[in-house]
Design a binder for this molecule. Sequence first.
Ligand code: AKB
Length: 314
Amino acid sequence: MSETILVLGASGQIGNELTQRLRVLYGNNNVIASDIREGNNQMMSSGPFELIDATDKETILKVIKKYNVSQVYLLAAMLSATAEKFPQKAWDLNMNSLLAVLDLAKEKHIKQVYWPSSIAVFGPTTPKENTPQKTIMEPSTVYGISKLSGEFWCNYYHKKYGVDVRSLRYPGIISWKTKPGGGTTDYAVDIYFKAIEDGNYECFLSENTRLPMMYMNDAVEATIKIMQAKPKDVKIRSAYNLAAIDFTPKEIALEIKKHIPNFTITYKPDFRQEIADSWPSSINDNDAKQDWNWNPKFDLESMTEDIISNLKAE
Ligand code: AKB
């Protein structure tokens, strides 16, 4: 595989693990990590790193030219909960970074773009269960509005200028190597850390709030899979629905209890409850399965086992 890849937002939750996996697949020196802040030791020492503000098109272009970059993965974004506090900043970051990268592809500086969408494109009027690819989409959060607008832009640049852009609607992504920041689904990451450190967790969502989720390993796998798919197989150029598991805070707590019997959970819903209530509880991803053979590997049980054994070993 001979690609040179630039990852924007490589120090974040998904960017970090995606960069490490891409370095294994494409060679350390062919994957340039970048972020507005430095990454962890492993990222900084395993391959090239550049400080980049993802909205700064000129700097992105300089780095593309410096390394002869062919693909950009744009992972920089402000997530749902933080975006409600800083709506203008969220809009500026989420939109300007995408338009900068799409323009660079339109101007033929790069061949391929990955940009993540989210289940946040759906809203309170969307069918909640087994949410289809095509359905009512009336997001009620700033983050959701920016992601839905981004999807339209991706589709537009593909149809109008032939830009090869690919996108997935991520559910909540659960990881143990890097923590997320500012999302509504973050509770499902925090809970594991608190279970190991303190034996208890105060959840900011109510016990029966069901949300679509996915283990990081599957998310990284899906991202690379859609980028490696033949262009003709990527039939949807807005963003694909993507699913793996769905559960409630009560259900994940019960699963953790199998490993840490004294673990306790309490519930104190805050402003994030309203965001969670506006999102689907499960997603239909048949298009991704049919078009490019998507298939998740982890369920709640195997994910919990993997996370807890890794956290205990740390
Ligand atoms: C968030 O909670 O904001 C994100 C997402 C679902 O896109 N994890």
